[in-house]
Write a protein of this length. Sequence first.
Length: 393
Amino acid sequence: MSTARRYIAKELYRSTLVVMLALIGLFSFFTLVDQLDHISDRLPLSALMYIELLALPTRTYELLPIGVLIGAVLALAGLAHRNELVIFRVSGVSATRLLGMLWVACLPIIALAVILSEYVTPAAEVRYSEANLVLRGKVEGGRLVSGYWFKEPNADGGSRILNVGTLLSTGEVANLTVYDISANNRLVQMSQAERGVFEGSMLRLANVTDHLIAKDAVFSLAEGVPDPEPMIVVKQEPSRLLQTSLTPARLVARIATPEKMSLVALWDYIGYLQNNDLDANRQIVAVWRKLSYPFTLLVMLTIAAPIAYMQTRRGGMGAKVFAGILAGTLFFMINQLSLNMGMLYQWHPIMTALAPNILAFVLALGTLMAMEYRLSWGGSARAAGIPHVKESA
């Protein structure tokens, strides 16, 4: 059986490689064509192609499940077309055993996916954001019109809210605003800085303007009672060191899509969010989706197995490939729908991440078992002399 396992693995790798090259080339071409309108003196064609090159690891990671599904369908359909599946069955290889061979053959692909997920894709995403910032003057990610917002505790037992208006390609931040709030939720001070640069656990602010708010300012404004002291005192400093829990990695985590971050960066950012009483549900779902990614590849193979066992004379290899593409597209849509509904209705992160995979796995495995039972029953019926009309190749 080792010979059969190696043969199936070779067919799977060859078909998957061809499909992935076709998918990546097709998606990259359409993306490049769509971005041609943005070509300018600042963004020449060579720079645009460089940006698309940086997006290749992420695109490969996203398309890999669909590529494995279509590649497995092609490989198994080729075996069925050449009557090699019949030889496997005569040799005692059942459909479930063939599926087990496919799972074993998928282990190197899973290892490649883990390397992409934890090392290549996060690094490429950072370079991709830097290239967009330098060449386009903007970055993609969770940016509001007012910039990026962060929250952390301050030394007085209250909280501090930081607003980063602009990210610079040098790793610095610009147009920084810091709001210091006391323990009784009173705004104590607002500070504005033109620039900021990280120095370890400190943030060095340049050209700082402080607005110190008097304690009785709210009472004086509400009651209309004049205060002999000024309500706001403005001070300026050329430079200041700010103790902060914000780091460049957490700043990048705020920008990046959670699924495109490494697990180490995700856990660090989740800890930062939870320590500051911020919502980390989206990031926790991303952790479970990354952990379930190898299982997703196995689900793709499980979906491909029943499709490959369809009779060739009912539609040929083209019908099987179309069925594989349709199944992969349907699974992708359900997966995204589950993510959006889970975030909207606050489902448990494990359910949000794993429900589509488990549902697709159960349906595909049940279909394969039913087909295997039908084939086995057909063989038993013929042995007993019972007429059997339909039989799968």
